[in-house]
Ligand binder design. Sequence first.
Ligand code: PEP
Ligand code: MN
Length: 356
Amino acid sequence: MNELDKLRSRVDELNMELLDIINERGRLAQEIGRVKENQGVYRFDPVRERKMLDIIKQKNEGPFEDSTIEHIFKEIFKASLELQKDDHSKALLVSRKKHPENTLVEVNGQNIGDGKPHFVFGPCAVESYEQVAQVARHLQQKGLKLLRGGAYKPRTSPYDFQGLGVEGLKILKQVSREYNLAVISEIVNPADIEMAEEYLDVIQIGARNMQNFELLKAAGQASKPILLKRGIAATIEEFINAAEYIMSQGNGNIILCERGIRTYEKATRNTLDITAVPILKQETHLPVMVDVTHSTGRRDLLIPAAKAALAIGADGVMAEVHPDPAVALSDSAQQMNLKQFDHFFNEITATSFVRS
Ligand code: PEP
Ligand code: MN
């Protein structure tokens, strides 16, 4: 054996010794984790970590620098802490790992998440009783069950129409009774959630509020299902964690809604992240809808976007419909009138989408 081979074989031996030692240390850390759990003590102990690092550095005779040794040991500490958490406690409540079956959200006789497409249509904003009733009548004639309409509108400009507030909720409630439609509307203030439950069948949390954690917590305490929209610049992970905020407070009736994200592309109002749908379906057990109006911001793209959504596995589609979009107080350019809506609905229901 030449000199290099000899040195290398010694390195191989040391690697194996290190492996044994590191794993023995890991087993001890797990043991410590169990003891701490029994005592109800928090696992992470930064004071102890600091003491251990100081002692190790004091004894360090090189050739490694103290900073290098500190780095290596910190990695070991971090990995040990990870070992102390078991996999079960790491999995989110909304994750498929935790709950492999699809969650069905029951609204007005519809089981959203059952593999069939479900639809949420209605005006951007509630403007008057007659305006909402006209759309409601139209939806009812088609056998549809869910109506949307904003009463609290989070607008970019404070000078734009902000919605009718509780008056809008009252209109929705009345229309809901008269036309046997479930109503969905956005709530923006945590303090309004309880009040809104009296008027709404589904509470929407809008894109601008996806990380309003107090609102999410309040929604988690509600007894009504929540439709949670993806934030304007939210990653899928942030979206999933926002849903976890709701579920961790006890409300498991959550519908996720992809509504496009902000990118550098200007051809559409937002960029519809279509693959978010199968990703969310794989990662979570929650139903996933696609809002084709706010994602595209373009009437000419509503049909292809809705078809794409259903083809890729969305549980439903949301779109805005207004009796006279030209005079709408918000999103005038992208809402469909009733005739356009008829064509849209015929088109998207004509194709049957094969589901795996
Ligand atoms: C809405 O659905 O009325 C709305 C404002 O959508 P988003 O929060 O997705 O912008
Ligand atoms: Mn709108």
